[in-house]
Design a protein around this ligand. Structure first.
Ligand SMILES: [Ca+2]
Ligand SMILES: [Ca+2]
Length: 504
């Protein structure tokens, strides 16, 4: 297998001095060393050099002998239904996070649907493991999340048991009842309604908050209110405690109610007219995708929805420097990992589809952006990552042990994944069949209703030419077998299956 490797000049220096180039290394190597070592910048360089000489104390020994208050803080900023093409419209996201950290461009969202995706990011388990496969019903939403025991074992409970102060702000799971108490392991729970008793529970202007079990009026523009709650949590967190903050925005999910200052922005923007937009021929696609081309009205609707999401994201973007400043003034910024991710991508007419819950890149890929101590700045990483790796990465940098085996792996480890699993369960709105897929670094394999698709992303990054007939029978059979095995995988067995080469 050919694997692209990112090389860069890593700059490490002692505190208070100008960092000097240390040498050219494969970037992912030193962070393992650093992360297992931990702490101050001055220590970091010595540790890194000592690590090269083979003197790496184990994480376990450090845990048992040292005070843990120097563990890094973790902040996760999550958006809802944001498509990757909107990232360039968020200057603060680029300036404060992407330019200061690593963008994992090929981050797969294994089940690009709200609740299953969130369950995966909170537990490190695929939807077929967590049992949260849809947004509603007995195998969906909050009912499945709680019913299958996930609420007792997830990032919040693990970080809380390890001594972190934890917060869960914004959207939790579809069907979470207003007024319900904070879940186990969550010190500060501030849930914004998603299922309103009156009107639209997703409204940006009219919504309720449940703060540690007490209901109150939202009292402002939803995105700003959530940003403010996150900032207050950071400001109020006792200095001696590390924090774990999960900030889940509703934006840019509909209804499209931009904040006043932004309501006329991006007037000239249209959905990027890539080859995927209103795909010229969908005869190579499965039956459920096939329909006539978008007409002029539908194109206008898609363009209008696209502009609306950009406006909603302006409020998310405005909050990023404020969160950074809160971390800075509380002395935490240099020891904080910040993750930015969407729960799923979104179709605005690409492949003639709308909404989400399908396995083309437009819905199933959203780059994870991470900044934090020891990470290189402004680097793009093209390996196959997955949102299922988010928990393992958070746990590793903090040295926290989960009570459940992870099906993901830390993004700071040396890359070894050949492909990542994707899986969606049938639903009616939008109409989607059950489907599964594999995403390699430069290819995608998708099966739905017995129909097979293969895209060579080096020549067809827009996934408009189903190249399944170009595969050898052996390759085709191997992809099919690997997907079938992964859809049944458990725990670390998933990692083994994703790491094994697939014959040509
Ligand atoms: Ca969503
Ligand atoms: Ca086509």
């Amino acid at each position: 297998m050919i694997r692209a490797e990112v090389l860069l000049v890593l700059k490490l220096g002692s505190a208070g001095t100008t960092p000097a180039p240390l040498g050219t290394v494969r970037w992912y190597c030193p962070f393992n060393v650093y992360v297992h070592q931990g702490v101050q910048i001055a220590v970091r360089r010595r540790s890194f050099l000592a690590g090269l000489a083979g003197a790496i104390p184990s994480l376990a020994s450090r845990a048992s002998t040292e005070a843990r208050d120097d563990r890094p803080n973790i902040v996760v900023i999550l958006t809802d239904d944001q498509s990757r093409d909107s990232i360039p419209f968020m200057p603060n996201l680029r300036r404060y996070l992407a330019d200061e950290g690593v963008t994992f461009r090929n981050t797969v969202i294994p089940t690009p649907v709200c609740s299953p995706s969130r369950a995966t990011m909170l537990t490190g388990r695929y939807a077929h493991q967590s049992g949260v496969q849809r947004n509603t019903g007995s195998d969906g939403g909050y009912k499945a999340w709680k019913g299958k025991g996930n609420e007792r074992r997830n990032l919040h409970s693990w970080f809380n048991e390890a001594g972190y102060r934890t917060a869960l702000i914004g959207k939790y799971f579809n069907g979470y009842p207003d007024g319900a108490p904070a879940p186990r392991g969550v010190d500060y729970a501030a849930f914004a309604s998603t299922d309103a008793r009156e009107g639209d529970g997703y409204s940006a202007k009219s919504f309720t908050l449940t703060i540690n079990g007490n209901i109150r009026n939202g009292g402002g523009y939803r995105t700003d209110v959530l940003n403010k709650l996150a900032i207050d949590f950071i400001d109020d967190c006792p200095a001696e405690k590390p924090l774990f903050l999960w900030l889940a925005h509703k934006a840019p999910h509909g209804p499209y109610e931009p904040d006043k200052p932004y309501k006329n922005d991006f007037g000239g923007e249209r959905v990027p007219r890539t080859p995927a937009f209103n795909e010229e021929s969908v005869a190579d696609k499965p039956g459920w995708v096939q329909r006539g081309p978008l007409d002029a009205n539908e194109e206008r609707e898609m363009d209008s929805a696209w502009r609306s999401t950009l406006r909603l994201l302006e409020s998310v973007d405005r909050g990023i420097p404020e969160i950074i400043r809160a971390l800075e003034r509380t002395g935490r910024l240099d020891n904080t990992y910040i993750f930015y991710q969407s729960d799923n991508g979104y179709f605005f007419g690409q492949h003639r589809l709308w909404a989400k819950a399908a396995l083309y890149d437009q819905a199933a890929i959203f780059p994870m952006i991470v900044r934090g101590p020891g990470l290189p700045r402004g680097v793009e990483d093209t390996r196959v990552a997955s949102t299922i790796d988010l928990p393992a990465t958070c746990l590793q940098v903090a040295g926290v042990t989960p009570s459940r085996k992870q099906a993901g792996r830390s993004l700071l480890d040396e890359p070894s994944r050949v492909c990542a699993l994707m899986e969606v369960w049938s639903m009616n709105d939008p109409k989607r069949p059950t489907m599964g897929g594999l995403r390699g670094q430069d290819w995608a394999w998708i099966e739905s209703e017995g129909f097979e698709e293969y895209y060579d992303l080096t020549t067809d990054p827009d996934e408009v030419e189903n190249a399944v007939d170009s595969l050898t029978p052996a390759r085709r059979a191997a992809l099919k077998a690997r997907l079938a095995a992964l859809r049944q995988c458990r725990g670390r067995g998933c990692i083994g299956l994703e790491d094994t080469d697939i014959p040509d």
